[in-house]
Design a protein around this ligand. Structure first.
Ligand code: WQD
Length: 331
């Protein structure tokens, strides 16, 4: 199929483009490089050995999006193009609501006009809020602690309501847990602008000597070692989950957790990174980070059964691949 990948130059988008091309799909990328770099497109082509079509556009711009849909027969769309920093969303709520919601609505309206009936949306486990773990797709969503999470829950609602009036549409909402790691080639990976918010890129920059030491945000959580527990999933497993979703489309709205079902604490991850890469990662325990929850991991049974997909890479793979990308990274 010819797939429009909105945000395809980004961290998860680029890895998904590689997986799509390797699975024989054709790819059109729309990206404005607000949180990505042009060189990533060359690396997607180098890894996959395939070409792709690219539009440098902002997908909140309806006229620009119209050009893409008018010029190509699009069989389906995967929408990654959103701002995604939890802390930043609390500082810039309007930027997050505008960008993340308008992009979803602009793309959905174009799908209506051009009768594109397959829509895969990049959602997040954040939408579960403080539900009991493991998170299951059938749970009612609870308020999240931040505008970012709210934009994901609202986008899910928008797409679900649109699907309700288009019975022949297939809408898939993929709820990511904690994507980490990088393609084994070391050519693409997570390269956040500025100081990383997320744990693994921060650890990798400490390992490279760019940052002095890791601050562990609290060790007084009700968890085995007191530090936060998360369900880390290799970004390539996540990418393959998107291909599996396209391979198993059916009409209606379908929600899937994309995680491993395993919880790993901060200190366990630090130890795994040190052992996988033969180095020390200095850290200090500091205060909790506002908005963090103690534990978060997925019930993965629905994706395993309905998508015939399961995460294959373990925490050692994630740490090795993250470090391989980081040590080769050029500013
Ligand atoms: C993981 C753990 C921190 C940094 C967020 C979003 C989620 C998704 C992934 C987009 C927590 C601890 C972290 C540090 C630390 N983003 N930590 N020191 O907050 O679970 O999830 O990113 O889809 O939607 O909510 O990820 O990597 O920031 O934190 O101790 O310097 O590491 O307290 O326990 P998080 P994270």
């Amino acid at each position: 199929m010819q797939i429009l990948v909105a945000g395809g130059a980004g961290y998860i988008g680029s890895h998904t483009c590689v997986a799509l091309l390797e699975a024989g799909h054709d790819v059109i990328v729309a990206d404005n490089f607000s949180n990505s770099k042009p060189v990533t497109l060359d690396r997607i082509k180098a890894i996959s050995g395939k070409d792709l079509i690219f539009y440098e556009i902002d997908v909140t711009d309806a006229a620009a999006v119209e050009t893409v849909f008018a010029n190509h027969v699009i069989d389906g769309i995967i929408h990654f193009a959103g701002f995604k920093a939890v802390g930043e969303s609390s500082e810039q709520p309007l930027a997050y609501y505008y960008n993340n919601l308008v992009s979803t609505m602009v793309l959905a309206r174009a799908c209506e006009k051009y009768e594109v009936k397959r829509f895969v949306f990049s959602s997040s486990a954040t939408v579960y809020g403080e539900n009991a773990i493991p998170f299951v797709e059938t749970m009612s969503l609870l308020p999240t602690t931040n505008p970012y999470g709210e934009t994901k829950a609202m986008s899910e609602r928008i797409l679900s309501d649109v699907a309700r009036v288009h019975a022949d549409w297939s809408v898939v909402l993929l709820r990511y847990f904690n994507p980490v790691g990088a393609h084994k080639s070391g050519l693409i990976g997570e390269a956040p602008n500025g100081i990383p918010n997320n744990l693994v890129p921060y650890i990798a920059q400490v390992a490279r000597g760019k940052l002095k030491k890791l601050r562990v945000f609290g060790n007084d959580y009700p968890t085995p070692d007191g530090t936060g527990v998360r369900d880390y999933i290799h970004v390539c497993d996540l990418a393959e989950g998107h291909v599996a979703a396209l391979d198993h489309l059916s009409e209606g709205v379908h929600i899937y957790n994309l995680g491993t079902g395993q919880g790993t604490s901060v200190l366990e991850l630090v130890k795994a990174f040190e052992e996988a890469n033969g180095m020390a990662v200095p850290f200090e325990i500091v205060e909790r980070r506002p908005g963090d929850i103690a534990e978060c991991y997925a019930d993965t049974s629905k994706a395993e059964q309905k998508l015939d997909w399961v995460a294959k890479r373990d925490i050692v793979d994630m740490c090795k691949d993250a470090w391989q990308f980081e040590k080769g990274f050029k500013e």
